[in-house]
Design a protein around this ligand. Sequence first.
Ligand SMILES: NC(=O)c1ccc[n+]([C@@H]2O[C@H](COP(=O)([O-])OP(=O)(O)OC[C@H]3O[C@@H](n4cnc5c(N)ncnc54)[C@H](OP(=O)(O)O)[C@@H]3O)[C@@H](O)[C@H]2O)c1
Length: 255
Amino acid sequence: MLTIDLTGNTALVVGGSRGIGAGIVVTLARAGAHVVFTHTGRHPARVDELLSAVRSAGGTVEAVAAEATAEAEMTACVEALVAARGQLDILVHNAGRNQARPVETMTLDSWHDALDCNLTSAYISVRAAMPHMLAARRGRIILIGSSAFYNGGGGALDYAAAKSGLVGMMTYLAREYSRKGILTNVIHPGAIETDLLKERYGEPEQRAALVAQMPVGRLGVPEDIAGLTAFLASPLGDFICGQSILVDGGRTLYR
Ligand SMILES: NC(=O)c1ccc[n+]([C@@H]2O[C@H](COP(=O)([O-])OP(=O)(O)OC[C@H]3O[C@@H](n4cnc5c(N)ncnc54)[C@H](OP(=O)(O)O)[C@@H]3O)[C@@H](O)[C@H]2O)c1
């Protein structure tokens, strides 16, 4: 039987307490990885719930409160992880936030906030992880982008710009670091059922309209993103790098 086996791997999921990140934590742990995930500290009950769920299913997992935009906190998190585990094999950068609003209502401060949360945070994660992956000549970096990169959706200029920036980051990393054993890809989710989606499509009629746009006939769930993440992190992904992959039930291109 073909399985995804991440036994012996240590993974860091940046922004893993809820939604897509939590789905990735559960799936990587189910595949046998030791998973460390970060969160803001603002939803402690969700963190506890996730830790219990993974542990009761036999997985090994740890949570670290670390702000993804704070370089010192993230560097300390990675250093502690490597000191304890000896290695960081898989980095998933999932932290992100979106506030749909027209350009006319934006301010320079709100632009900087969005870029910090959605793009600079990814630089910080990669910067912290890279020396350890280079030393091991081995690593998988998976950035969580957005279908907004393809079609300008998501309802915010800063969000679309930041998610496009992740693609530039990924192409650079694939070009410069694949030969050094570090493979990077971006997964672009579209319309996945999470708190972030509920904030934008809270009403039943908005949700129904969204489902009607989905060629596969349903919204996505975090496990839809998590499965590909585990695949790319595993030996099954050994020949895949520098890719931007839409996981959106066909909505972005075929709605
Ligand atoms: N849902 C979708 O349809 C969709 C579509 C396209 C792209 N995406 C992308 O997928 C990713 C996850 O989205 P989601 O829908 O799962 O969002 P979500 O439900 O709002 O969850 C966001 C997760 O990221 C963490 N996080 C956010 N900002 C952080 C920060 N500054 N520092 C540390 N942790 C932070 C949150 O931690 P706390 O629990 O501590 O707040 C939470 O675990 C995002 O990058 C988003 O842009 C989602």
